[in-house]
Ligand binder design. Sequence first.
Ligand code: FEO
Ligand code: CA
Ligand code: CA
Ligand code: CA
Length: 669
Amino acid sequence: HSMGAGNERLLAFNAVPKGLADVVTVPAGYKVEIIYALGDPILGGAAAFKNDGTDTDFDKRAGDHHDGMEWFGLDAGGKPSRNAVNRGLLAVNHEATTDEKLSSHFLHANGGKTSLPRPAAEVDKELMIHGLSVVEVAAAGGAWKYQPSSAFNRRITTMTEAVVHGPARGSAHLVTKFSPDATRCRGTLNNCGTGKTPWGTFVSGEENWYGYFFRDAKDDDKRGKKDPSVAGLQRYGRIAGAASRHGWESGGTADQYVRWNNSASGASARDDYRNEMNTFGYVVELDAYTQQPLRKRTGLGRFAHESVSFAKPVAGQPVVAYMGDDARGEYMYKFVSAAKWDAADANPADRLAAGDKYLDQGTLFAAKFKADGTGEWLELSLNNPFIAANPDFEFKTAADIAIFTRLAADAAGATKMDRPEWGGINPRTGEFYMSLTNNANRTVDGEMATDAANPRSYSDMKDGKESKGNVNGHIIRTAQATPAATAFKWDVYLFAAEADADKSLVNLSGLTDENDMSAPDGLAFSEATGLCWIQTDDSAYTDKTNCMLLAGMPGKVGDGGKKTLAYKRTDGSEKRIDTYVGRAATPATLKRFLVGPKDCEITGLCETPDGRALFINIQHPGETTKMADVNDPAKYTSQWPANAGYGAGKRPRSATIVITKIDGGRIGT
Ligand code: FEO
Ligand code: CA
Ligand code: CA
Ligand code: CA
């Protein structure tokens, strides 16, 4: 299927060279427009963005660190449309902020306060700039623009009320002073990857939320060693006494600050916010077309969520979604709905009610990869004896599994992966792809020893500092007879590497100058062309190139073959690992399409249904700029998008861009 519509040939563009310029570079014949950046006003009352650290009202502006993003078409009359190609809504994640020592320096005039307590006015801005936005965009006269006064525009922040759905609703672990019956909560945080449901809603994964909470050093003792919440807090990275990322809990005595302190301070959970962290870590669902409250879909489990990839639904079969947990040694997951797909739900009257039907009851599974190239999805429920009779953590209900999902997957014996980031489903074959971005903790032997599915560990000398582990990451893929099947076959679609790296242990996919890369992260298939788009979030190859977007022809599981990696240990012995590598990635099957400005991650990808407009996000350009230099533009590591003529001020801004082909053709041809 290398031919597109008409005479279009996929990957006919010239590969964009690696580069360090502070600019977005695309192939000849393509055009880039910047359409929606941090601070742009989207709701009534917000003034034009000055971009000098004095702006306020971030609940009425585009948030920061644009990440995952999905397209929702509108017809000329403003009604939802699956075919619309020149008017639609973008639902955008605003994951985080560019920060140094507690403060998000580009948001504050002088860089902000870097010690505790944080000033309330600074915390208030930071609370409002995280979350989600919905913004209308439209093309007219050959130019795409965001629509600042569209009635569809919306912001969700860390404080927006949300409704708890699925097995964790009403659980004692979600009881807070705000919601003593554990049915409501506030906000969404660190939203990373996204997905689009078969019924036409937006889903977004809460990723590194745990870093935003504080617990005092004595909290474990206060709760008592037998309190299951202690094991839960620790397994999710909240060690008592560790500082929170921004010190929001220090902003004052109002509960918008106090809620970030998870210390048990009252007689019960109804008196304090000890359980507040348990209200984050889910997939949230939003209907981009309405202003209905956000729903936290706890049935999809709680971890460092990235994207949610829905398999193409089949009438009479369960709805299936694949997900990853982005931390070193964490797992890949899938959710299988209890309800069977009814094709009438592709266009339901109430989209979130369809979400209730398919996402609130179902079963979670975690992936186990075997050395023979097969694998198994392990059920995470009380039906699994390793979970029901687990000696380390007592699972009593489905809610416990939904809230402490990592502990359930530990008990089930899932395979520890090299940081599962985004996934995608090949629309032509139904095969599931997932980026494993890198893993500094992967070692040849030891607790996280190399295995068939995570076979690489090597050294990479950079700037005199040695990084080790799986330095550059890989993309794994699975093939299953039906989406709900528990058995699968797998191989590694792609091993990311520098072109000149060793071909026996590192550059196993045979990458060349046209397609070498490091740290695949964002991944999405085009429904229009079938291309697999791969985005990087790298810190290993950044001496030679900024982060990038590549287009791949997917092939299929098993199109390469077995490869043996032989590691020489220092004692002279050898460890051999067999793995399964997809066909070599030649420039005919994988090509670099875009290189971003300095110090950014390329992320968030969606398209118009005709494949002729591709929206992506440039996240945190200039992110290593020092706080001390916040008022000295000459010292910014990036001045994008100001240097491309977009907006006031020179502080770098995360932004959405749209790529079109000058001849009107499809993107990637
Ligand atoms: Fe937000 Fe794992 O990237
Ligand atoms: Ca990511
Ligand atoms: Ca990443
Ligand atoms: Ca990032």
